[in-house]
Write a protein that binds this ligand. Structure first.
Ligand code: FE2
Length: 156
């Protein structure tokens, strides 16, 4: 079993555990499952042309909404995931310290769609928007729309 499979499998377990937390959720856990797998797949397909390691791309995409998965709150969820995702990844035993550091930064910054970050950060932001849009949802923010237009031009 490779790490791309493993990270999605452990995220499905994590999401399952979150079913027991009695909180109001802005996005359903069904959506979190679908979006987690969708983003991992898209991240993997973007990795080669972006010069990003495929494992790193898929792992970062799979965990990017960790903050919302554990809190149920959308506002500030990227920043909310920064610490918890590091703890989560460190316990898995198959993600290196350097990868955890890079993934956590991508998690923290993924909502800043109007800013440009590292290739991994950019890949996570783009995978997030591509996956969201493919289900027919409309973007709420201008920075999301502008980024998506650029991606759409780029990938046709
Ligand atoms: Fe997000």
């Amino acid at each position: 079993m490779n790490r791309i499979y493993k990270i999605q499998k452990v995220m499905l377990v994590k999401i399952k555990e979150c079913e027991a937390i009695p909180i109001t959720r802005e996005k359903s856990l069904d959506w979190e499952r679908i979006h987690m797998v969708g983003c991992a797949k898209i991240g993997l397909s973007l990795a080669g042309r972006r010069g990003v390691d495929p494992d790193l791309a898929a792992m970062a995409c799979a965990v990017h909404d960790f903050g919302r998965i554990i809190t149920g709150i959308n506002e500030g969820h990227a920043e909310a995931g920064y610490g918890p995702v590091q703890e989560f990844l460190a316990k898995l035993g198959f993600v290196t310290e350097d990868e955890i550091r890079q993934i956590a930064i991508a998690v923290k910054n993924h909502s800043r769609k109007g800013e440009i970050g590292s290739p991994l950060e950019e890949l996570v932001k783009d995978a997030d928007l591509i996956d969201f849009r493919q289900y027919g949802f409309d973007f709420e923010r201008e920075d999301q729309r502008l980024r998506y237009e650029r991606i759409a031009e780029d990938i046709g």
